[in-house]
Design a protein. Structure first.
Length: 317
């Protein structure tokens, strides 16, 4: 009896022959067919999963782009928006500030009274147009728990327990605040940063590099569980973005985001480089025109009042 196999099966047979050294002995046709069938079933499953993933990616990106953003004009090309977006099999509550860097100045600002200062207070004191919370911090001492240099001086150092996620930085090259840079940090260069930048804050993880999503820490709670998140980034058109994703309010459609989901949202919004900032109850996005536009979690209420005391902010004016 003759046994016929297809070209696809032949490829599978060739692989098996190489693995088993089949040139030294014959394989039973039934074994060949069974192995080939498993090989192609696995390949088919992989292709189907890839197709489903791509389709979901397209669906999520279109949902975000076509959402009703309720955009508000902040002047000189800047605007803020808020939308509830059906994404990632759920809903996301997303607030955005976008502005052209060349028309505004961007600053990293230290709180004057960390025991009292929340994002709106620091922002109003600095006469800001918009602001977002910035660094991770020691909640007991209310000081940065990641490296922070401002005006040539170190304001904060990176704690050992932050190293797994604090792999990037956001920096302002001079006091004019028109040149922002996001990149990977190098702990051996901490002493050089104050000489190279007017202000630099270490945070992380970096979620976009030249439009691509990098690998992330494997920590289950921080990386792969949904939380409120804050993000800063910029595109290749000269625009800077502050983004806050609300979380821990699933009944209101604010489920929070994992770090991979944060990266997708940043990419869908058009960013090329993006950095995750402190999140959770600290996540706050404020504008002079509207006040707090997201729903901070610190008071456990889905309103605009639950701002947490923070040691520093990113702001523009």
């Amino acid at each position: 009896m003759k046994h016929y196999i297809s070209l696809a099966d032949s490829i599978g047979l060739l692989s098996i022959c190489r693995l088993r050294g089949a040139s030294r002995g014959r394989l039973h046709p039934v074994i060949v067919w069974s192995a080939c069938r498993r090989h192609w079933c696995l390949l088919l499953c992989f292709c189907l999963l890839s197709s489903v993933s791509h389709a979901q990616d397209v669906q999520d990106s279109l949902a975000l782009v076509n959402a009703d953003w309720h955009w508000k004009d902040l002047g000189k090309g800047a605007r803020s928006g808020y939308a509830l977006v059906p994404m990632f099999g759920d809903r996301q509550s997303i607030s955005v500030v976008k502005y052209p860097a060349r028309k505004f100045k961007t600053f990293l600002v230290d709180a004057q009274h960390p025991q009292e200062d929340i994002v709106p207070v620091i922002a109003r004191r600095g006469k800001a147009k918009a602001a977002v919370n910035a660094s991770y911090f020691d909640v007991k001492r209310l000081i940065p728990s990641t490296y922070f240099a401002l005006n040539g001086k170190r304001v904060g150092e990176t704690y050992a327990n932050e190293l797994f996620r604090a792999n990037g930085y956001v920096a302002l090259k001079d006091a004019k605040g028109r040149q922002m840079e996001i990149g990977y940090t190098d702990t051996t260069r901490y002493s050089d940063y104050p000489k190279q930048y007017h202000a630099l804050l270490v945070s992380g993880p970096v979620v976009l590099v030249d439009g691509h999503i990098p690998a992330f820490p494997s920590d289950r709670y921080f990386t792969h569980k949904r939380h409120p998140r804050s993000v800063v980034g910029y595109d290749d058109q000269g625009n800077i973005y502050y983004v806050v994703i609300d979380g821990r309010f699933p009944r209101q459609g604010a489920c929070g985001a994992t770090i991979p989901e944060v990266a997708c949202i940043a990419r869908y919004l058009g960013m090329k480089y993006a950095l995750n900032l402190d999140g959770g109850g600290s996540s706050t996005l404020w504008t002079e025109k509207e006040g707090v536009i997201n729903h901070p979690y610190d008071n456990r209420k889905f309103d605009h009042e639950g701002c947490r005391k923070v040691p520093n902010i990113l702001m523009m004016k």
